[in-house]
Design a protein around this ligand. Structure first.
Ligand SMILES: [Zn+2]
Length: 489
């Protein structure tokens, strides 16, 4: 029976965030080791869930090492990076000889001591298992692809979707590729090309516009005889590393010339349509008014610049101020991470009066705190299960959570920063977004997977924040230049 080591180290790093990503940020989400890892991910629609199912199907023994992930935030501290990587590599070494390694990585992780964190992770694992053992990884669609990641791995499989609804399928695909390498003697040859384009994440969703075009072109190439995998990556410009941005990766069975032709075709096409990578946004006050005047409901106001999932604080108050301006209409705010306000709400108790400031406390890039007077409707431990289509089955926690009713607005305050991609989160605290006129979400794109079917209308709001699609607001220090659209090209 073949023994396949399985692990995960995942973080999307926003270099502009002042929140240091230390080990406690990974512990908050839960570190999975050995059997714990199996329990956390068995049956989930995640890359690790895909690895585990594939092991069952192919008759492999999974050797669980470490699963670590944290909500996007600032640079990963050197200590945290060394500890996690050390544990992963030790886990693989101590498990005796393995026939292959399957890793679920992100690709846009930046550590204080490793700008190309995934490159370093893959190289360290390669060092531990030697040149002959296949090391195959899944990557997030927002991976910033580097030469080291390509040269040290046997195969890389990026999500094809944003919102990311195909993590499980990519896990299966990576494992099935591993099977071909181990059995059928596939001889993978990979080529990487990065055109000088580093788009914001909002206009790079895959169901629309330029990335839809590029993904379809990538899938056409994938049909070609001898092609193993073609991936188009949106990259994550906010990581602010040299390689951040769009990338195309083609893997063929032994045909280097074909792999080169594919990535050149895709990069050329991306350059032709680069002007399409723009977001159409509305000022907060205009957006709230447009939502109220709209004949449909619910109207989702996506606070795209304060996307917790992109490393912004999530406690931005621009839209709250706009709601206050017009007397707190029928709305749900999902959510404002604010441990202090949450504590006050717990002190007041259900039915009690909440008087205090909400939001704007984590940093000074997301608006000022807003004074709120309301009533506490509900208190919760914040546990919920993702209903999908993203991360279906995965348990998640908002930390202690309170619903504060102000006028006709329900503001959900909670302890932990997290991206509210799933209506299961507000529903778990008695707030059904489907029955609200306005739903404010701290999410750039992922919310679309579950909210688009129920939303009467979606408005992307141009508020302040560290995930703003307006890249003129950022001082890039390490990004290669010139690069579109940061520079006129
Ligand atoms: Zn992503």
């Amino acid at each position: 029976m073949k023994r396949i080591a399985i692990g995960q180290i995942s973080h999307e790093t926003n270099a502009f965030s002042p929140i240091p990503t230390d080990i406690s940020r990974f512990e908050q989400r839960g570190l999975g080791r050995g059997d714990e890892l199996m329990e956390m991910f068995e049956g989930t629609r995640t890359p690790l869930g895909g690895f585990l199912d594939a092991c069952g199907e192919f008759g492999w023994k999974p050797v669980a090492t470490l699963a670590a992930a944290a909500v996007p935030s600032g640079l990963v501290t050197g200590d945290a990076f060394d500890q996690l990587l050390g544990e992963l590599v030790e886990g693989i070494r101590n498990s005796g000889s393995v026939d292959g390694v399957l890793l679920a990585l992100h690709g846009a992780m930046v550590a204080e001591n490793a700008p190309d964190a995934e490159g370093e992770i893959i190289a360290a694992v390669r060092g531990a298992v030697g040149a002959e053992v296949p090391v195959v990884c899944t990557l997030d669609y927002h991976a910033n692809m580097t030469d080291l990641m390509v040269s040290e791995s046997t195969g890389l499989f990026g999500y094809n979707t944003y919102p990311h609804v195909d993590g499980y399928e990519r896990g299966l695909e990576a494992a099935s590729f591993m099977k071909d390498v181990l059995g059928a003697g596939t001889n993978p040859v990979t080529r990487l090309l990065r055109p000088p384009i580093a788009p914001a994440v909002v206009p790079a969703r895959t169901g629309w516009g330029p990335m839809k075009d590029l993904m379809e072109r990538a899938f056409e190439w994938e049909e070609r005889e001898g092609v193993v995998n073609v991936s188009a990556y949106g990259g994550f410009v906010y990581s602010d590393i040299d390689e951040a941005g769009l990338a195309f990766l083609a893997t063929t069975d032994g045909d280097a010339e074909l792999a080169t032709r594919i990535v050149e075709d895709l990069a050329g096409r991306a350059w032709e349509i680069r002007e399409d990578f723009v977001a159409d946004m509305m000022e907060p006050e205009t957006a709230v008014k447009a939502a109220l005047e709209s004949g449909s409901a619910p109207v989702v106001l996506a606070d795209v610049a304060d996307n917790t999932g992109g490393g912004a604080s999530g406690d931005g108050t621009a839209i709250l101020h706009a709601l206050a301006e017009i007397g707190w209409p029928d709305a749900a705010v999902v959510t404002i991470p604010d441990p202090e306000a949450t504590r006050l709400a717990f002190q007041a108790g259900v039915g009690g009066v909440f008087e205090g400031s909400v939001g704007g406390k984590i940093d000074d890039a997301h608006g000022s705190p807003i004074e709120v007077s309301g009533r506490v409707r509900l208190l919760s431990d914040g546990e919920f299960v993702h209903r999908g289509p993203m991360s279906t089955g995965l348990k998640s926690g908002m930390g202690k959570t309170a619903v504060i009713r102000v006028g006709e607005t329900d503001i959900i305050v909670n302890e932990n920063r997290f991206q509210p991609v799933d209506p299961a989160a507000p529903r778990s605290v008695g707030v059904d977004p489907a029955h609200k006129k306005i739903v404010v979400l701290k999410s750039a794109v992922h919310y679309r997977a579950s909210y688009e079917p129920m939303a009467g209308k979606i408005i992307e709001v141009d508020g302040p924040g560290l995930s703003s699609p307006n890249l003129d607001r950022f001082q890039f220090a390490n990004l290669r230049r010139p690069v579109f659209p940061v520079d006129d090209m």
